[in-house]
Design a protein around this ligand. Structure first.
Ligand SMILES: Cc1cc2nc3c(=O)[nH]c(=O)nc-3n(C[C@H](O)[C@H](O)[C@H](O)COP(=O)(O)O)c2cc1C
Length: 192
């Protein structure tokens, strides 16, 4: 099973890089598989460490794809890294094996430390809808416009019925990004 998480890694200047990424647990290890190119990939390759943050704040998923990066972090407990301050739980990882690949290398990581900070309050359909829209936004150049419009129409049902203010804000950032992307596409087509 893949869990959608927020990875925090350290850049060369020790600033924190925050990115959404799917992670898998295999035989007590965590598998991280970033597509090339990726800052997360470069950072983990460089220092062999990462933090997996499991959060229900979907603004962070949407924010990382739309230029809202200002999420508070605090030092990790046993590795040299940072975790999200308001995460539900986090896992501190150290790489044990690296399988390189032209497109999608794999890091197999030992869980050095894990902690639960707040309870999981249950599933919410609008949060799932924001995650799905975030995935679509991360693939905008690869997907036909009609597919995106059809999916938005369906996902909007859950948003309208079940969202709180964080989900509505996150959804708005993603919809703005789609509009900007389409304007840029139209402008570049007009220039040809
Ligand atoms: C829910 C979600 C899951 C994602 N999972 C992955 C993943 O497993 N691998 C990956 O390379 N990108 C994934 N992405 C896309 C990255 O977050 C995005 O491309 C980001 O820019 C990562 O690149 P970076 O490390 O350079 O920041 C995911 C995006 C979302 C919204």
């Amino acid at each position: 099973m893949i869990r959608e998480a927020i990875l925090t890694t350290l850049n060369a200047d020790n600033s924190v890089h925050i990115a959404p990424m799917g992670v898998r647990e295999i035989d007590n290890q965590i598998l991280i598989a970033p597509f090339k190119p990726s800052t997360t990939l470069d950072n983990i390759k460089c220092n062999g460490q990462a933090v997996v943050n499991l959060t229900d704040d979907v603004r962070i998923f949407a924010g990382c794809l739309t230029g809202h990066y200002d999420w508070p972090t605090v030092p990790a407990s046993v590795i040299t890294g940072q975790r999200l301050e308001n995460t539900l739980s986090h896992l501190e990882l150290e790489v044990r094996k690296f399988d390189d690949d032209k497109h999608r290398p794999k890091f197999f990581c030992e869980i050095r430390h894990q902690k639960i900070h707040r309870p999981f309050m249950g599933f919410n359909r609008a949060q799932a809808a924001v995650l799905e829209l975030a995935i679509l936004v991360s693939r905008l150049p690869m997907l036909p416009q009609e597919k995106i419009d059809t999916e938005i129409k369906y996902l909007e049902i859950a948003l309208e019925k079940t969202a709180g203010k964080d989900e509505i804000e996150a959804w708005g950032w993603l919809m703005d990004r789609i509009s900007e992307y389409r304007l840029q596409q139209a402008a570049s087509e007009n220039m040809v």
